[in-house]
Design a protein around this ligand. Structure first.
Ligand code: SF4
Ligand code: SF4
Length: 300
């Protein structure tokens, strides 16, 4: 049974305390805000620890990092990236191949802060329903942005990409950048929960492809202990990824292997039965469908 909005996670807080029931959320916020600050202390105070932005950065004049989606757009647009950009992209691809591509979404991308705020407010205000859109729409948009880059010979998408816009808004206070970010917030608040990040964003879609076979995964060593409180479904930004591993649907083992799990760790936080932990994709033994599998439906 679904908990009322203000009771989601209450069992976990009672069972293990407030801090343990928010541990991964807290660590993610430190990561997201810390990364933003690393970028901002350069232009704000002249402390150039990191130069650049999320598209391309150079840390301590030593570590280049390049967004692979940007590089893909450049390539199809017929542009030739510099050698440093290639090194940067290799580092990023190897990193997210190991930790899960969409870890970028929950641990790095600043738009996740906006999206999480809209989700939280939506739950608090009791807003339900909204528009319906397939979660595969983001892959079509990803394809279209690459076609646009090839046809126009430019990385046109970056002019409206909310991820780049939010950075630009913080750096330069650009009005249009904030308008794009506000549009994402209002869309996710009033039109569709996780409408941007869970359905439309081509950046997240691209990173999901990088992390399809990633090593780091959420494991469910105690899935038999699940009491069907549904709190994990309520907080998960991609709830469709939970059910197969939780209920052993079609013989699925106790690990979430879906590429769109963002490794945010909220399911670990809000589970009072400690069903979820961080682990690897290995040791995923095949099991029969649990009798309660048919009762569980992923949240919209
Ligand atoms: S889906 Fe896109 S905007 Fe949302 S967190 Fe991921 S990269 Fe950022
Ligand atoms: S399954 Fe857990 S870690 Fe994965 S996206 Fe959902 S809440 Fe986050």
């Amino acid at each position: 049974m679904n908990a009322p909005p203000n009771r989601i996670g209450a069992e976990a807080i009672a069972a293990k305390g407030w801090l343990a029931a928010h541990k991964w959320l807290f660590l993610r916020r430190i990561s997201q805000i810390g990364i933003l600050l690393l970028f901002l202390v350069g232009p704000w105070f002249g402390w150039w620890i990191v130069k650049g932005n999320l598209n391309f950065s150079y840390t301590l004049n030593l570590l280049p990092l390049t967004d692979p989606y940007l590089l893909a757009q450049m390539l199809v647009a017929g542009k030739t990236p510099e050698q440093l950009a290639w090194i940067g992209v290799a580092i990023v691809v190897v990193f997210y191949f190991l930790v899960g591509g969409r870890s970028y979404c929950s641990w790095v991308c600043p738009v996740n802060l906006v999206s999480d705020l809209a989700s939280w407010l939506r739950t608090r205000l009791g807003l339900k329903g909204g528009a319906h859109l397939s979660r595969s729409a983001r892959y079509w948009i990803l394809g279209m942005t690459l076609v646009v880059a090839a046809v126009t010979g430019t990385i046109a998408w970056e002019m409206v990409n909310p991820v780049s816009m939010l950075h630009r808004g913080l750096f330069f206070g650009v009005g249009f950048a904030w308008a794009v970010v506000l549009a994402v917030f209002l869309f996710e608040l009033f039109v569709m929960r996780q409408g941007w990040c869970g359905r439309l964003c081509p950046v997240g879609a691209f990173y999901s492809l990088i992390g399809k076979l990633s090593l780091l995964r959420i494991r469910l060593p105690q899935r038999e202990a699940c009491n069907d409180c549904m709190d994990c479904f309520a907080v998960c930004p991609e709830p469709q990824v939970i059910r197969p591993a939780l209920k052993g649907v079609d013989g699925a083992g106790p690990a979430i292997l879906a590429a769109n799990c963002t490794n945010c760790g909220r399911c670990i936080d809000v589970c009072s039965k400690d069903v979820f932990v961080f682990g690897t994709r290995f040791g995923d033994k095949v099991e029969k469908i649990s009798p309660s599998a048919k009762r569980i439906a992923p949240a919209a």
